[in-house]
Design a binder for this molecule. Structure first.
Ligand code: 8IG
Length: 268
C-alpha cells in the first residue's frame, strides 16, 4: 500500500463504495470470517449483496485456500445489517499492517459499532479437541507491531467485550474462553514456542485477530472474538500439523458454529 495514502481516507472510500453498490447507507455489525468459519455466516440472515473485495479500494485478493474473498451485506431477521468480510489480509502476506486492518477500518467507516472477529487457531488445552469454539477473553500481540501509528495511546482493558462474551454464554453455557496469542506465521510454532506461549499466559495460538481487534477498538467499536480450535498446537499432541486438518476440522464443526454465530449476532 502506498504509505502516502491516509489509511482512514482509504477505508472511508471503500465504505462509500459499499454503500453505493448495496444501497445500504450504514451497517450495524461487522463480521470477519476466519479459517473454518467460511460457511458460518449462512444462518445469520438473508444475504442481499455480494461484492468481490478486490472491487473496493485498498483490498487485496485472498491468498489462502479456505478464505473467501467476498464481502457481503446480510439482513438479519431482527432488521440489523451485518457486513460480512470473507476476505482477511494476514500479516504474513507482507502487505503491511495497514492492509491487515483495512477491512476493520472499512467496517467502522461503514457504520459498524460491533466487530465480530473469528479465526481458526491452535489450542493449548488438550481438552479442546479440533472443532471446539473458544471465546477470546484477551490477547497477547507477538507481532512486534501495531496498526496504530504515532502517539495513539489506546486503552485495551476489556478489549474483548465481557458484555458480549456473557451474551455468548447465554447461547451456549459450555463455551470456554482463553487468551489468544497472535504470532506472525505463516509457519506454525515450534513445540518450544508453544510452551513459551503457555508460560506467558496464552491458551490459543494463531496468526490474526489481535491487530484487527486493536484497530477496531481504536475505531471505537465493541469487539467480540471467537476462535475455532482446529488443531492442538504443535507439541501438545503427538502428530504434526497440516492445513488439510484445519479445513476438515472447520467443516466438521460447521453446523454447531453456524448456529452459535447466528444466535450470538441475533443478541447484539
Ligand atoms: I487454523 O497451530 C491454525 N492457525 N499460529 N498456530 C498458529 N496459527 C494457526 C494454528 C496454529 N492453527
Amino acid at each position: 500500500m502506498d504509505n502516502a495514502i491516509d489509511p482512514f481516507a482509504l477505508a472511508t472510500a471503500a465504505a462509500h463504495k459499499i454503500a453505493d453498490i448495496t444501497g445500504v447507507p450504514s451497517h450495524d455489525i461487522a463480521l470477519v470470517l476466519g479459517s473454518g468459519w467460511g460457511d458460518a455466516a449462512n444462518l445469520i440472515g438473508e444475504t442481499t449483496h455480494r461484492i468481490e473485495a478486490t472491487e473496493l479500494p485498498g483490498f487485496h485478493a485472498a491468498s489462502v485456500p479456505g478464505h473467501v474473498g467476498t464481502i457481503s451485506s446480510v439482513l438479519t431477521t431482527g432488521g440489523k445489517r451485518v457486513l460480512v468480510l470473507g476476505a482477511r489480509t494476514h500479516f504474513y502476506e507482507g502487505q503491511g499492517v495497514r492492509a491487515v486492518v483495512h477491512g476493520v477500518r472499512t467496517a467502522a467507516a461503514a457504520g459498524a459499532k460491533t466487530m465480530v472477529l473469528t479465526n481458526g487457531c491452535g489450542g493449548l488445552n488438550p481438552a479442546w479437541t479440533p472443532g471446539t469454539p473458544v471465546l477470546i477473553a484477551d490477547h497477547i500481540n507477538l507481532t512486534a507491531t501495531s496498526p496504530l501509528e504515532g502517539a495513539t495511546f489506546v486503552d485495551l482493558t476489556d478489549l474483548y467485550s465481557s458484555r458480549i462474551r456473557d451474551l455468548a454464554r447465554e447461547v451456549d453455557s459450555t463455551l470456554d474462553q482463553g487468551v489468544y496469542a497472535q504470532f506472525t506465521g505463516p509457519h506454525y510454532e515450534t513445540p518450544a514456542e508453544v510452551q513459551y506461549a503457555k508460560v506467558i499466559g496464552a491458551d490459543l495460538v494463531g496468526m490474526s485477530t489481535a491487530l484487527e481487534a486493536i484497530a477496531a477498538r481504536h475505531a471505537g467499536m465493541e469487539v467480540f472474538g471467537i476462535s475455532l480450535v482446529t488443531n492442538l498446537a504443535a507439541g501438545i499432541s503427538k502428530t504434526a500439523l497440516s492445513h488439510e486438518e484445519v479445513i476438515e476440522a472447520g467443516a466438521a464443526a460447521g453446523p454447531r458454529i453456524s448456529a452459535l454465530l447466528a444466535q450470538i449476532i441475533a443478541k447484539l
